[in-house]
Design a protein around this ligand. Sequence first.
Ligand code: SD4
Length: 315
Amino acid sequence: MSAKYAMISTWKMSLAGMRKAKRLMESGGSARDALAAAITDVEDDPAFHSVGYSGLPNARGEVELDAGFMNGRDLSFGAVSGVKNIQNPILVARELSGLARSCFLTAAGAESYAAAHGFAMRNMLTEDALAAYRREMAKQTAVREADPAADAHDTVCVVAQDTDAELYAGVSTSGLFMKHPGRVGDSPVIGSGFYCDSTAGGAAATGFGEDVMRGCLSVRIVGRIAAGRSPQEACEEVLEAHLARLADAGYTPGNISVIALGRDGRFGAATNRAEFPFVVFDEAREATLMVCRSDGGRIRVEEADAAWLESYKGD
Ligand code: SD4
């Protein structure tokens, strides 16, 4: 059985945007627009310090944002990285996916494209984010190698499927807090931070980008779905294999979480964190907050209950 439409997104911070996206899909909107609505909602909200406006800055006190978008029908994609003053990086990434060449632009080149094509520009660094930067600088005194503050990161990732079983994937992030200027994570990198193919499914990742890129996780998950696995099986198998491979190499990764959606609307998630919240909806279900838990490598996925909501402090 196949859903008429379905969407999945990372982190609790995406819940309000996913509710808007659900309304859009109910009134006949496309998954492409619903995905943009969900992501711009997080980009525009200054309460969230890991995406868009009010994102946390790099080690020089500058916000550098990354975003990517993919169309699973024709495999076109667009991405921007290291942009400082584009209000909605996801919208520029989506526009760039219409180009066959120069569809992944970085820093000043991406900014001049956005300005020339009428996208809203804005100083994305807020007083709040600057204050967090100053506090972090005060902590990281004597020996400071570019060492990103470990807990301050989260990417909004969305995979969306619509009535024609077309799939889209999109991501937006400010990357790791205190990252080296110019550092780019997995998020805007096709195959690592996001991937989708309308003949199979879509996937996206959040966590320490370097550790995600080492395994090109999103394209591998989509490959497993194409080979007949459910999105849940695909997420678990790929993450488990990647973690085992890194362990063999003697490397201990940071947090990694993945989500996936099949062309039939089934979803999946996996993580190496104790818990990873994400959101799903389809035509039969309102936007619903779920929690994926890793218990010694065993993955459990269930709906978030009131007690969990009460206790959860993250985004
Ligand atoms: C990055 N993957 O820049 C992003 C950050 C993130 O949860 O997703 N954190 O590495």
